[in-house]
Design a binder for this molecule. Structure first.
Ligand code: SAH
Ligand code: DHB
Ligand code: MG
Length: 219
């Protein structure tokens, strides 16, 4: 991508956020504290946060699952789509990330609705199935990219007809030749598109480099 088109993407991204994503004390503080805590700045953008919030809100969710918490920025967006008695479970490998996320969620007034579970997501998902966890209405996949194909398998075990499955970073370097990016992402996209129980689309997202989000619905 040329520098000038990167600049115009950034300008468009800003145009959208200026109109549609007003400053928000809890979200802004969550980003500040994640940065101050030395967490990588790989959260969803404000516009993508608004997008996942809105998509979730459209399915009137009571239960949301997130795979990949970081500092809880996307978690706050998603949890705001829940009713007062709704619940969000978010899975994170790193205790340090989980600690920052819990503080950010508490400040956002979401401590009672959100639970951060620490450990490798695959193990946590397996434990949830074994414990007979109820199905989720929305599932957002955003952890290690090579894990995405397995996260899709486990997500389907925790879904019901109508569940909305979202996944971040699904268009990063996918068309590069020789193949760039993550093989896991390309495999995830193929599995998502070919699965008989899913209908899906991949939507480009404006960022520093081209990327995108998967939106899928369980039939
Ligand atoms: N959803 C967040 C960003 C997540 S970044 C947001 O937009 O705000 C990816 C996160 O996945 C990191 O915090 C990383 O520690 C975590 N992660 C990486 N491998 C993981 C694994 N195997 N299980 C659970 N979390 C993992
Ligand atoms: C990375 C991870 C993400 O979830 C993201 O949105 C951007 C970058 C990363 O691991 O580099
Ligand atoms: Mg991401």
């Amino acid at each position: 991508m040329t520098t000038s088109s990167e600049d115009s993407w950034a300008a468009l991204d800003r145009y959208i956020s200026d109109l549609c994503v007003p400053p928000d004390a809890a979200l802004d503080a969550a980003l500040r504290d994640a940065q101050a805590g030395g967490l990588p700045e790989i959260n969803v953008s404000p516009n993508e946060g608004k997008l996942i919030y809105l998509l979730a809100r459209l399915v009137n969710p009571r239960r949301i699952l997130e795979i990949g918490t970081l500092g809880g920025y996307s978690t706050i967006w998603l949890a705001r789509s829940l009713p007062a008695d709704g619940r969000l479970i978010t899975l994170e490998l790193e205790e340090k990330h989980a600690a920052v996320a819990r503080r950010n969620l508490a400040r956002a007034g979401l401590a009672g609705q959100v639970e951060v579970r620490v450990g490798p997501a695959l193990s946590t998902l397996q434990a949830m199935i074994q414990a007979g966890a109820a199905a989720f209405d929305v599932i957002f996949i955003d952890a290690d990219k090579d894990g995405y194909p397995a996260y899709l398998d486990w997500s389907l075990k925790l879904a019901h007809p109508g569940t909305l499955i979202l996944a971040d970073n699904v268009l990063r370097r996918v068309t590069e030749s020789p193949s760039g990016g993550s093989d896991g992402i390309r495999e995830f996209n193929r599995k998502l598109a070919a699965h008989p129980a899913l209908e899906c689309i991949l939507v480009p997202i404006l960022r520093g480099q081209p990327d995108g989000i998967a939106i899928a619905r369980v039939k």
